[in-house]
Design a protein around this ligand. Structure first.
Ligand code: IPD
Length: 263
């Protein structure tokens, strides 16, 4: 049995309600690393999503941020971040999401990124376009970096000078119109799909952060590759560029001048 987009939207919205119930409350905060946080609400949202998916699709495999890998049929694979933007959430900043993707036989097929603070539900189905709530969305038409608003993120391991993204950030500051760092890669990619941001790049990211967002961008007419421009970006070490093809080429050029892969 395979899920449909309505199923992903329904469970993402309930998980979003769970996050909103706990929003601005006092949290139990645990550290996965020096600056990598997890709250009891990441776990509560994840436990709801896993409960639904394992009950309705018991043979499927799942990759999820807090519980890791749940083995099963590899033809049916789910990617879940029950709370993307945990640091924002823990500080009370209203920029976080639930992001869920489903891949059939290795191809990302269904995607939902839900921002419960704004009731923004971004969704996409392979070859069926991308939507914000009921409205179709499209990648931006910007062609010059000097007109482009870009977005990026930073890995939790900032000690690695080849992978901490600081030099790339600094280069784009002198090429782009502006750069934002929102703190939820899933929302970053959804906003690229909506044409609100003109491009995104990031390294040291995880499959669950970018699975839904990469399908959203492609279905909105965008191009997604790794930092070398290869189309098979969905593999470790996860790193990507997402934009319309013209801005994509310009982002790639700046990154290649800095000659950084993530290692
Ligand atoms: C993080 C966010 C952030 C990105 C980090 C991610 P989390 O996910 O998506 O924007 O820069 O690399 O790990 O920890 O909030 O689920």
């Amino acid at each position: 049995m395979t899920p449909d987009l309505d199923y992903l939207i329904r469970i993402a919205k309930i998980a979003g309600d769970i996050l909103m119930d706990g929003y601005l409350q006092k949290h139990e905060i645990y550290h996965k690393g020096r600056i990598d946080l997890v709250t009891e609400m990441d776990k509560r949202s994840e436990s709801f999503l896993l409960g639904e998916i394992t009950r309705d699709f018991p043979d499927h495999s799942i990759i999820t941020e807090e519980s890791g890998f749940l083995s099963g049929n590899e033809d049916h694979r789910w990617f879940i971040d029950p709370l993307d933007g945990t640091s924002n959430y823990a500080h009370g900043v209203p920029l976080f999401s639930v992001t869920i993707a489903y891949a059939y036989q290795g191809a990302l097929t269904l995607a939902v990124t839900l921002d419960p603070t704004r009731s923004h539900c971004f969704s996409a189905e392979r070859e069926q376009g991308a939507y914000l709530n009921e409205r179709p969305i499209h990648i931006s038409k910007t062609e010059e970096l000097v007109d482009a608003m870009l977005v990026t993120g930073f890995p939790y391991d900032m000690e690695n000078p080849n992978g901490n993204n600081l030099d790339n950030f600094s280069s784009f500051m002198s090429h782009a119109q502006s750069i934002r760092r929102l703190g939820s890669a899933a929302i970053d990619l959804a906003y690229v799909a909506a044409g609100w941001f003109d491009g995104y790049w990031e390294m040291g990211i995880h499959a669950w952060d970018i699975a839904a967002g990469s399908l959203l961008v492609k279905e909105a007419g965008g191009m997604v590759t790794d930092l070398q421009g290869n189309a098979d970006f969905f593999k470790s070490p996860y790193a990507l560029i997402a934009a319309n093809p013209v801005i994509h080429a310009k982002i790639l050029e700046v990154l290649q001048a800095n000659q950084h892969g993530y290692d």
